[in-house]
Design a protein around this ligand. Structure first.
Ligand code: HMG
Ligand code: MG
Length: 293
């Protein structure tokens, strides 16, 4: 079994110019649940002027369909975000930072050193309220401002976040530059420091390597993969970042490998078709493009 973490509502939409209404987002969530998706990152409690698409986070999070089988997640960058998240029933939070100084600064307006105490406080208080906390490390495979990123730096940050209490680190290829041998190398080194069940992967598909990178990660023993319906996505503070690895493409590959995901691929394609109509544009997933109904 591979855990597919659907990040389309957050990572997918955060870069979209046309803002969906809260009602449209809720419809999307209902459709995803009907398609068997169980892990859904629904929004971010970030500053609304930084990510206008997610300005309705509080409203959306207070109207989520009640379903015991579904784990709702949200990004929480700081204390203010935590206060907002705690007003909702979302059970799992994700803190995030980058392995490269310039992306961290552009993305969350702090140096790496300044970020740790902020995240430490969020993690501690979230745990006091019984919440699970995931950690994202961005720019693991390359930075839009600095280029190559040191694996040593990635590992130091991952270890520190784990010590601070996150249960898992999602390694982000924020701008979709990773290639399979690099993924193998980075994971080999990360797996020397952390067990496979504390690592997840988060590939953007900017250069068409998302799926093959996910395949390599699975071969390295990773069993949690982030993806986005239709391949929607990007990071507003990483120029050139495009969509995440598409959930349809990932699920198609996993089912072909005999790996269960619990996802109904046809229902998922219908969901992304519906979203294409709402956004008035085609989404990049290959499997979706080949879906003819
Ligand atoms: P800041 O301006 O440095 O915050 O933003 P501040 O602490 O200096 O506060 C300034 C004002 O903002 C204050 O209001 C705060 O209350 C308010 P004032 O007193 O002036 O009226 N404020 C907030 N309001 C609402 N919610 C909040 C919040 N925090 C402060 N949470 C901040 C710092 C982190 C908030 C900002 O930089 C931000 O929102 N950044 C988010 C950027 C973002 O969302 N990026 C995309 C997500 S990460 C990603 O996509 C990568 C990932 O997918 C993995 C990968 O692909 O690699 C995860
Ligand atoms: Mg991302």
């Amino acid at each position: 079994m591979v855990k597919v973490v659907e990040v389309g509502l957050r990572d997918g939409l955060q870069n979209e110019k046309s803002v969906l209404s809260t009602h449209q987002k809720l419809t999307l969530i209902h459709k995803l649940i009907a398609a068997g998706i169980k892990e859904i990152e629904v929004t971010s409690f970030v500053h609304p002027t930084w990510v206008p698409q997610l300005a309705d986070a509080d409203q959306l999070a207070s109207q989520l369909p009640k379903n015991r089988d579904v784990n709702y997640r949200a990004l929480v960058p700081n204390q203010r975000g935590l206060e907002r998240a705690l007003q909702t029933s979302i059970h799992e939070y994700a803190v995030f930072m980058s392995a490269s100084e310039s992306h961290n600064q552009k993305n969350i307006n702090k140096s790496i050193a300044e970020t740790f105490p902020v995240l430490q406080e969020v993690i501690e208080k979230a745990q006091m309220h019984g919440k699970k906390v995931r950690g994202y490390v961005s720019t693991v495979f390359g930075c839009p401002y600095e280029g190559e990123v040191s694996i040593k730096q990635v590992i130091t940050i991952c270890e520190r976040l784990i010590e601070m209490g996150v249960y898992e680190i999602s390694l982000g290829d924020t701008i979709g530059v990773a290639t399979p041998n690099q993924v193998k190398q980075v994971l080999k080194e990360c797996l020397r420091a952390l067990p496979s069940d504390q690592l997840a992967v988060h590939f953007h598909d900017t250069r068409g390597t998302g799926l093959v990178n996910a395949y390599v990660a699975l071969e390295c023993g990773i069993t949690t993969v982030d993806s986005s319906f239709g391949g929607l996505g990007g990071c507003p503070y990483a120029p050139g970042a495009s969509g995440n690895l598409a959930t349809e493409d990932l699920v198609y590959m996993l089912h072909g490998m005999g790996i269960d995901t619990g996802v109904d691929l046809e229902a998922l394609c219908q969901t992304s078709r519906w979203l294409e109509e709402q956004l008035g544009k085609k989404l990049p997933s290959k499997v979706l493009q080949s879906y003819s109904k």
